[in-house]
Design a protein around this ligand. Structure first.
Ligand SMILES: NC(=O)c1ccc[n+]([C@@H]2O[C@H](COP(=O)([O-])OP(=O)(O)OC[C@H]3O[C@@H](n4cnc5c(N)ncnc54)[C@H](OP(=O)(O)O)[C@@H]3O)[C@@H](O)[C@H]2O)c1
Length: 312
């Protein structure tokens, strides 16, 4: 099957190569998904799991990409809950071959059924961004109605979903990003927008929750904005500074089939709109990784839109 692989960590994005790889093996409780659309996360080439398995052994050539939408073509031994021919979307394991391939082996519990009226390219933009936004805002920061939340990178993959979820829950939303992101962030529901290159973060005042996707200096300066009892949640890096009278939490998104189904239902109901910034074919993955910056929302790799059969 055709897949994008990486072999050399030092090569960075330039090392993403279209390769012929073996059809994946369906282990216990896996399904094999014929991938129609795949998503990747900027920065995943720096994650240890891209290069090593759970025992720390080299697993190159590895297939990156951890979000997919497609159709089940095979069930592993003992797999229940999904059927061959079913449309599904979800996450692949960090330390196994991923979604930038024609076929992917995925634990069935990491996938949710996908209704026929949601495009694969839209569904592939949801799993990591949607679950990360939900878990950050509600599981870790416990955001509630009437609170104020500062969402960094509000036009990006995670931020654009976080803005919509926070607004729907009745929070006051301050979005940040670059000057070009203003219209997107305000259009998604942010009430205020800060250009991080030009505006002073201190003008925000105190907030109940900071949702950080950037890290570094922005993360550090944002800790001062957390109101006593409030929370800074970051997905970028473990924080080195804690808010004076609050909490700072770094987390890695976890699969959650029920929440995926809920997010898809919100999309169907018109309550949530994943921003698909760019759609590129599999062969253009390397340039899509490189071009991703400056494109609002999520870049999606279209792998297949046909009913191609399993290769012999
Ligand atoms: N811990 C987890 O579970 C988890 C889950 C998902 C993602 N992540 C990580 O979280 C980060 C964000 O993911 P994403 O998918 O939302 O990425 P994304 O789509 O690139 O969104 C990030 C947004 O922040 C903006 N931004 C970044 N640095 C900025 C700066 N200094 N000033 C102003 N704006 C800035 C980006 O604008 P530009 O494109 O113009 O820079 C972009 O709009 C990535 O590092 C990713 O690896 C972690």
């Amino acid at each position: 099957m055709r897949a994008i692989t990486v072999r050399d960590r030092a090569a960075g994005v330039g090392g993403l190569t279209l390769t012929d790889m073996p059809y994946p093996h369906a282990a216990e409780n896996d399904v094999i998904v014929r991938v129609h659309a795949a998503g990747f996360t900027p920065g995943e080439l720096d994650w240890p799991a891209t290069w090593s398995d759970r025992a720390g052994r080299d697993r190159t050539p590895s297939i990156p990409g951890h979000e997919l939408s497609g159709v089940v073509v095979e069930l592993g031994y003992g797999t229940t809950g999904l059927t061959v021919g079913q449309r599904v979307f979800g996450l692949t394991d960090w330390a196994r071959n991923g979604s930038l391939a024609e076929y992917a082996a995925v634990e069935a519990r990491n996938l949710a059924p996908l209704a026929a009226d949601i495009d694969h390219s839209v569904a592939a933009a949801l799993p990591i961004s949607g679950l990360t936004a939900w878990q950050g805002l509600f599981d870790h920061a416990h955001l509630t109605t009437g609170q104020t939340v500062l969402i960094h990178g509000a036009a990006g993959g995670v931020g654009s979903i976080a803005v919509q979820l926070a607004r729907e829950t009745g929070a006051h939303v301050i979005g940040t990003g670059r000057a070009d992101d203003r219209d997107v962030a305000l259009g998604l529901g942010a009430q205020t927008f800060l250009d991080l290159d030009a505006d002073d973060l201190r003008h925000v005042g105190e907030v109940d929750v900071v949702f950080d996707v950037i890290g570094g200096d922005i993360l550090e300066r944002s800790t001062e904005l957390v109101r006593p009892g409030g929370t800074l949640v970051t997905i970028a890096m473990p924080p080195t500074v804690q808010p004076k009278d609050g909490r700072a939490v770094f987390f890695v998104v976890e699969p959650d089939r029920a929440r995926l189904a809920d997010l898809a239902q919100r999309v169907r109901a018109g309550r949530l709109t994943p921003i698909v910034g760019d759609v590129r074919p599999l062969a253009e993955t390397a340039s899509a990784f490189g071009r991703h910056r400056r494109t609002p929302g999520k870049t999606i790799i279209q792998v297949a839109d046909d009913q191609a059969a399993r290769p012999s």
